[in-house]
Ligand binder design. Structure first.
Ligand code: PTT
Length: 607
């Protein structure tokens, strides 16, 4: 079956045993790869109820049939595990040469089980894999460790690694790559740290077996040509995701002061227009034709790659109004290997709790230098940092004030205030990993089509986004930016998939695969939690309880009854029961027969 290597490398770190698993072809057709493979592997092989930071958790890195193809933007892979932050399914999508090298080495996924006694690097070279001691790298920040790994294994090596935050099992530590790429928001870096794996290094020399290599090249060239001809290409190249700062301010969705407000008085100093004036470089993931990594020098004169999420969560959300200062916090997050969104969410909660007299903290809103000290304390689990390393949900429970902790299922919300955006709030509430925007950026559509509705039309739009963003791009594994930022047609990806695998998949086929993956991920959550309730799919209480006090939407807040009605519409459209558990008939229709048995036990009509 061309398009897949049909091989998964399985590493038992406790025993130092390596195994090749030739998985059945049916798995490729049902789940494609990436997130699909991760969900299938975790469903089949993860023992329910294990400690996510214990040796029985599984860490998965998976590519898909689009990964590494000539373009556009295919240098990506998915990292996944049971999340130490949420206790449910967690994953992230990271740009890395490791993605390209995994394809060239002939592995569709690498699975780690157990834990090494001492720090190690996992080295994979074509068919061979082994562990090397990494005591000399343990404790190094992600940039210094990356340089040493490049020195040791060469420039062409694909490298995934962790920083000190991963080593110290901060619950929102990410996997890092290429000094400025990070992925696995719900603590995938902490899982690697718990296994004492400092890095995974991959080198391959093979060409992936493709159904029709010439057709792949033709489809890639055509798609790249269309991206570059897009009217939005020029502006995107100038600002990337940073244009969103000004857009969000205008739309009253820019998070300010722990999502109290949707406008920020100092937004101009954080904006894409300002960034353009001080930019010093532009970086990208491998095989990318629309780079998004705009680089500036931070307040200490060091280079840092910016993105809207990072700047909003570590800027306006903390009352910081200078890009160079937000850049400092962003760089520290990259060095230590912390997720910027959860870091900004947890720090925002902490600053507000301190203001309310619930927590002693030597930092206040906008005090970037002092906040930088807290970032270091978190990564090294020093003093109050040890508490904040647990994430906003746990901290808020400990302090007994949960209503302004901005998370869903334990994962902090990305940088879109939802006081006046029920559709985006539903996107956060139903994202398969906790509050993340990656599966459905509803906010843009909602602002254009009406913000006050809690309608079925909105629900259907949301599910459509989850199908192509969370399904196609996370399972076939390529960057979604060519589509969502420059308007590239989805048919290009069907053509690429056909040419690579020989499988003629329609968009409906892809959407069915996406629904299958979504349902299976939901069943992993249900299994871990021993059931489900609609409360697990509710956005943070603040958006219902406390209206905006500033900006053109002053007074806006979400309506809890209408939101719950819309959540029920979401379940209905997905074929899930009123308590949010997929119905057995839905699971059977998707071919998930063993999951249907579990659903029988947890499906109730009451919520
Ligand atoms: C992603 C999340 C995002 S989403 C951002 S900025 W973004 C933050 N970036 C971080 C960072 O940087 N450093 C850090 N220490 N933590 C960070 N946490 C945050 O992580 C990224 C791009 C971006 S930039 C986005 S939207 C798109 N995301 C894609 C996706 O999720 N899937 C997909 N198929 N294609 C995507 N293309 C775009 O890739 P997570 P990256 Mg990231 C420095 O990982 O866990 O998914 O969270 O991956 O390689 O840096 O690429 O405005």
């Amino acid at each position: 079956m061309p398009g897949w290597s049909k091989r998964i490398l399985w590493v038992d770190l406790s025993r130092g045993v390596f195994r090749e698993w030739r998985y059945p072809g049916e798995m490729a057709l049902m789940f494609l790869g990436g997130r699909g493979f991760a969900a299938k592997i975790l469903w089949d092989f993860l023992e329910p109820g294990v400690d996510p930071l214990g040796p029985r958790n599984l860490f998965v890195a998976a590519v898909g049939p689009l990964t590494g193809l000539p373009g556009p933007n295919t240098g990506k892979l998915v990292v996944a595990a049971k999340s130490p932050l949420t206790g449910g399914y967690g994953d992230g999508n990271i740009g890395s040469w490791a993605a390209v090298q995994m394809r060239a080495a002939g592995w569709d996924a690498i699975v780690l089980e157990g834990a090494s006694e001492k720090p190690v690097v996992l080295v994979v070279e074509d068919d061979r894999a082994w562990l090397e001691p990494a005591e000399d790298l343990w404790g190094l920040d992600a940039f210094r460790a990356y340089d040493k790994l490049v020195e040791r294994y060469g420039r062409s090596a694909g490298i995934l690694l962790i920083g000190p935050a991963g080593e110290n099992m901060v619950r929102y530590a990410t996997v890092v790559s290429m000094k400025g790429r990070a992925g696995g928001r719900p603590g995938m870096g902490a899982v690697l740290g718990s296994k004492r794996v400092k890095a995974i290094v991959v080198r391959g020399t093979k060409r992936p077996e493709l159904f029709d290599p010439e057709a792949v090249m033709r489809a890639a060239v055509e798609a790249i040509r269309e991206v570059k001809a897009s009217p939005s290409f020029g502006f995107w190249m100038r600002q990337g995701t940073m244009f969103t700062v000004e857009w969000a301010q205008e739309a009253s969705v820019l998070p300010a002061y722990n999502f109290r407000e949707g406008v920020f008085e100092g937004y101009e100093g954080l904006s894409g227009s300002y960034m353009e004036r001080i930019e010093v470089d532009l970086r990208s993931c491998p095989l990318c034709v629309i780079p998004c990594g705009h680089v500036i020098e931070d307040v200490e004169g060091r280079r840092v790659e910016l993105d809207y999420e990072n700047v909003a969560m570590l800027g306006s959300n903390l009352g910081v109004s200078r890009l160079e200062e937000a850049g400092l916090l962003n760089r520290l997050a990259d060095l230590y290997g912390l997720d910027t969104i959860s870091l900004g969410g947890t720090l925002g909660y902490a600053l507000e709790a301190a203001e309310r007299g619930k927590l002693e903290l030597d930092a206040g809103w906008g005090e970037a230098r002092k906040i930088a000290g807290l970032v270091e304390d978190i990564a090294l689990r020093r003093g109050v940092g040890d508490l904040l390393a647990e994430g906003s949900a746990r901290v808020s429970r400990k302090l007994g004030e949960t209503w302004y902790a901005m998370h869903v299922k334990g994962l902090e919300v990305s940088a879109y205030d939802c006081h006046a955006a029920p559709g985006m709030a539903l996107a956060f509430a139903t994202s398969p990993i906790g509050a993340h925007h990656k599966d459905a950026w509803m906010i843009g559509w909602e602002i254009q089509h009406g913000r006050t509705e809690y309608s079925r039309e909105k629900v259907r739009k949301l599910i459509w986004m989850q199908r192509f963003r969370g399904g196609l791009f996370e399972a076939a594994v390529a960057c979604r930016f060519p589509v969502v930022e420059t308007g590239l047609g989805l048919e290009h990806y069907l053509r690429l998939l056909q040419a690579a695998t020989g499988q003629s998949l329609s968009l409906d086929d892809i959407y069915t695969i996406a629904d299958r993956i979504y349902a299976l991920i939901r069943m992993i959550w249900v299994r871990e939690h021993g059931g489900w309730s609609t409360d697990m799919d509710m956005p943070p209480e603040r958006w219902f309880r406390e209206p905006l006090t500033k900006g053109p939407l002053k007074g806006a807040r979400l309506d809890p009854d209408r939101f719950r009605d819309m959540l029920q519409m979401y379940y209905e459209e997905r074929g899930w029961a009123p308590n949010g558990v997929p119905r057995p008939d839905t699971l059977h229709r998707l071919g998930l027969h063993d999951a249907a048995n579990l659903a029988e036990r947890h499906m109730t009509t009451a919520s």
